[in-house]
Design a binder for this molecule. Structure first.
Ligand code: G6Q
Length: 564
């Protein structure tokens, strides 16, 4: 449907937006202490439980009116229609003219999902079945390396969306992984990444998965070449001709031609499709390392976890729809409370890479400055996401969250059961200590400690301002029974769809990433200038020119014959 080309962004002109501004003028003045005091049921009412997740948003600076007004805004932005358009396979990634169908990657084979009239579900399940058969062969030791040894090490080479999901999922599901195998991930073009990942491994026992949707990415192809050279060095100069490389390399890509040009047999290639965005691809064959680690059954459980959240998102009314709620609260904090960042704080060591994964998901998706129609926005879009697993962050940056001058909304994530019970000195389990901290942090952030309370403890007057906590710092708490492949899938899909909701409100394309292009382009020129034998003519700004000269000098100062 074509719409007339506007000249100003529409969002802030909507009456629903203005109603929220007026509402903020009142509720923005209220402290969470007042909101809780006014409603003794708040901590039970401002919660939603669905698909195995319990979400408590009562410590957000909202009331029932805020939520109603946010939902009205969502309706004005046609959120329900946009959700349906995504699931239907419409080309909602407008700037790349693509459908956005990561939801198809985890849908059952009984569903029919059409892209340009073609049902993609048989393709999805054909690849999943091939991945499962391959994983089984490697995990059972049936797939042997060139010298007849079984594969003990898997190194996944990829970057961005072809790396962050698999790394996060491997770490998150380590407890479910085949422990006699080693899994490593190489992404950075810094040779140290590759060198450290391979230094103690035997090439005869190592399988490389080269993950690249386009199979043109500089970092990945550079590391793939390094991997091939490393194998040839160990397996012999004729490793390519005698088929050795074929036993140690598989590819995951949409580009069969590129894969075959690199020298990987396309029989050992696992495909996916242009309707899967890089940062939404961990459920596709990009997740092959995850399947090798945890096995096909666990991988399918993870997909089922994603799928229950997809169904919930698609079919649940806005008021009890978890991703809608999360997304609208994020808009509220970003655009009305003016919070520029969000801290994601998993109280679960296995989720240590979850914040890094979310950084790409959220910031590459919603770090946009123009609307779908190319109009410069006059409101803030995607906030900065960051975080660390609890309790480590408490001993570093939480100071700023509690007493700094900026509002940092926090997402606390915790589980009822630990995968590693460990008795603590106090008779309980270390897990109780962990979760006590999660709960206490949310309480401290919301309610703080008044000067009167500090004084009542006998604190010297001079220290009272330092020991006072203003409170009123918003947070959401997400609890699930246990970290499993299923609950991990549900949690990730919650964030994926929340990102989509935010993008719909901000009227941006959450599925393109043009912002990564300029630096890549300029690097091509710079590489030539750094590697030219003689110092080239430089036509950049004076800073860039000087940095190029300085780097060449620093690098070459160690070369034989360089001036002392
Ligand atoms: C993600 C981005 C980006 C991409 C990498 C790797 O949404 O598109 O992070 O995943 O640039 O791209 P390839 O998989 O094509 O190597």
């Amino acid at each position: 449907m074509s719409r007339p080309h506007p000249t100003t962004a529409r969002l802030t002109t909507l009456s629903q937006w203005k109603a929220l501004q007026q509402h903020f003028a009142q509720i923005g003045q209220k402290h969470l202490r007042e909101l809780f005091a006014a409603d003794s049921q708040r901590g039970e009412q401002l919660t939603v439980e669905a698909v195995g997740l319990y979400l408590d948003y009562s410590k957000q600076r909202v009331d029932a009116d805020t939520l109603r007004l946010l939902r009205e805004l969502a309706q004005a932005c046609e959120l329900p229609q946009r959700i349906e358009a995504m699931f239907r396979g419409d080309k909602i990634n407008r700037t790349e003219d693509r459908a956005v169908l990561h939801v198809a990657l985890r849908a059952p084979s009984s569903e029919k999902i059409l892209v340009d009239g073609h049902d993609v579900m048989p393709d999805v399940h054909e690849v999943l079945d091939r991945m499962a058969a391959f994983s089984e062969r490697v995990r059972s030791g049936a797939w042997l390396g060139h010298t007849g040894k079984r594969i003990r090490n898997v190194i996944s080479i990829g970057i961005g969306g072809s790396d962050l999901g698999p790394v996060m999922a491997y770490e998150a599901l380590r407890d479910y992984s085949q422990r006699d195998m080693t899994f490593r991930f190489v992404s950075n073009v810094d040779g140290t990444d590759f060198a450290e990942a391979t230094r103690d491994l035997d090439a005869a026992e190592t399988l490389f998965i080269i993950c690249s949707k386009t199979f043109t990415t500089l970092e990945t192809l550079t590391n793939a070449h390094a991997a091939r050279a490393w194998c040839i060095k160990a397996l012999g100069d004729d490793a390519e001709k005698n088929g050795a490389i074929a036993k140690h390399f598989v590819a995951v890509s949409t580009n069969a031609e590129g894969v075959s040009k690199f020298g990987i047999d396309t029989a050992n290639m696992f495909g996916f499709w242009d309707w899967v965005g890089g940062r939404y691809s961990m459920d596709s064959s990009i997740g092959l390392s995850t399947m090798l680690a945890i096995g096909a059954d666990h991988f399918r459980e993870m997909l089922a976890g994603f799928h229950v959240m997809d169904e919930h998102f698609r079919r649940t009314p806005l008021e009890s729809n978890l991703p809608v709620l999360m997304g609208l609260l994020a808009v509220w904090n970003n655009n009305f409370l003016d919070a520029a960042t969000v801290a994601v704080l998993p109280y679960e060591q296995y989720l240590k890479r979850f914040p890094a994964y979310l950084q790409q998901l959220t910031m590459e998706s919603n770090g946009k400055h123009v609307t779908l129609d190319g109009i410069h926005v006059d409101y803030a879009t995607g906030p900065i996401y960051w975080g660390e697993p609890g309790t480590n962050g408490q001993h570093s940056f939480y100071q700023l969250i509690h007493q700094g001058t900026r509002i940092v909304p926090c997402d606390f994530i915790g589980f009822g059961q630990t995968l590693n019970p460990l008795p603590a000195q106090n008779g309980g389990d270390q897990h109780d200590l962990l979760i006590a901290n999660l709960i206490a942090q949310g309480e401290a952030l919301a309610f703080g400690k008044t000067a009167a309370e500090v004084r009542a403890e006998g604190t010297p007057e001079v220290l009272v301002p330092h020991r006072t906590f203003e409170g009123n710092r918003p947070s959401t708490t997400i609890l699930a029974p246990k970290l499993t492949p299923h609950s991990l899938g549900t949690l990730i899909a919650l964030y994926e769809h929340s990102v989509f909701v935010q993008g719909v409100i901000w009227d941006i394309d959450s599925f393109d990433q043009w912002g990564v292009e300029l630096g890549k382009q300029l690097a091509k020129t710079t590489i030539a200038e750094l590697t030219a034998k003689d110092e080239p003519e430089l036509a950049h700004d004076s800073s860039t020119n000087t940095l190029i000269r300085r780097y060449r000098k620093l690098r070459d100062s160690q070369k034989p014959g360089a001036a002392a």
